[in-house]
Design a protein around this ligand. Sequence first.
Ligand code: MLT
Length: 409
Amino acid sequence: MATVNDNYDKLAAGYLFPQIAKRAKAFSQNNPGVKLLKLGIGNSTEPLAPAVIAGLKLGVDKLAKVETYTGYGDEQGDTRLRKAIAAEYAKLGATVADNEVFVSDGAKPDVGNVQSIFSPDCIVAVQDPAYPVYVDTNVIAGRGGNYDDKRGRYDRFVYMPCTEENGFFPEVPKQKVDLVYICSPNNPTGAVATKEQLAKFVDYAKKNKAVIIFDSAYSQFIKDPELPRSIYEIPGARECAIEINSFSKSAGFTGVRLGWTVVPMECVCEDAPAGKLNALWNRRQCTFFNGASNIVQEGGLAALTQRGQKECKETIDYYMENARIIREGFSSIGLKVFGGVNAPYLWVKTPKGAKSWEFFDILLSQAHVVTTPGAGFGPHGEGFIRVSAFGHRQDIIEAVESVKKNLKI
Ligand code: MLT
């Protein structure tokens, strides 16, 4: 008799972004002809850089000739791309070897899958609010315990509050935990951890033989040269941190799909000596994954060339200008706005203590603007909404003007 993984029944709600899409669709059906302005999901909208298009075309052309055709590639990724990614870390003054880089079809699957190399007994700490994949995948793996409806929490997770008071970056946990998820620049708050703040977590992880899962998918959006783009800029991080990054937002690969995970050889935990976590992730990828698309990897290589980086940066600057327009527009009507300076997300406090979903509905019905309710990211997201700066400039301007004109607060 087959039975299902009943941890799925413990998931508190449907996955956040489809839930929002459902509400937006219902609004459109009830209000035909009304244009919705979407600042909800962080989905890239601008065309790929010409250098990247040339790389992708090269990948296609290679498949057209017997001399250059390739079938399955290395599960870990094309060696040229692994080397190019490792070289990017060297530019930050961080050491990463190419055999520590595992290319994948995106950061989200890696963020979800990485927990599978750890024991189901591990205690997990998450920033609160957090990108829902950290929580949901650990619930599915059985690490969440039960969901407490009243408190909006799972009873086996350690929640690290990210509040206005602490600048949306938490203190290290008071108790011993095993896996610590950190996202910087942060989705959803847009806050970026300083080197000092990350150093505290590295110290904590080394003392407790914990492993940090560091999600740096938005690192290319950091403008401030003092802020770390990789956890490996912090001394000692190679011994305790796995880092996951993506081409999705930095090069517009949300639909193309390409990312990577770094598992340093020195990275250890309680029962894993040096090299073991790297070997386990390698085993996991070889078993479950046949390598990223060869065409897409050519595109990724092109994105990392000097020309590719210059062109991709122009698109990042475009989104960051969107962020500035949103920040200034929302602030001008008295809304309290955080983030959006070194990250493409803005974290907006709801006026008059409104609940996140209430304010989401108000923005939708009064201004026809779709956002993401902060409560969807965890209990400390209550009282905020997240606004995404990904969008066409004209839509961003229209959305901001509509909020300024129509929102009654
Ligand atoms: C978001 O809106 O948080 C992201 O687009 C979701 C993702 O990257 O998976």
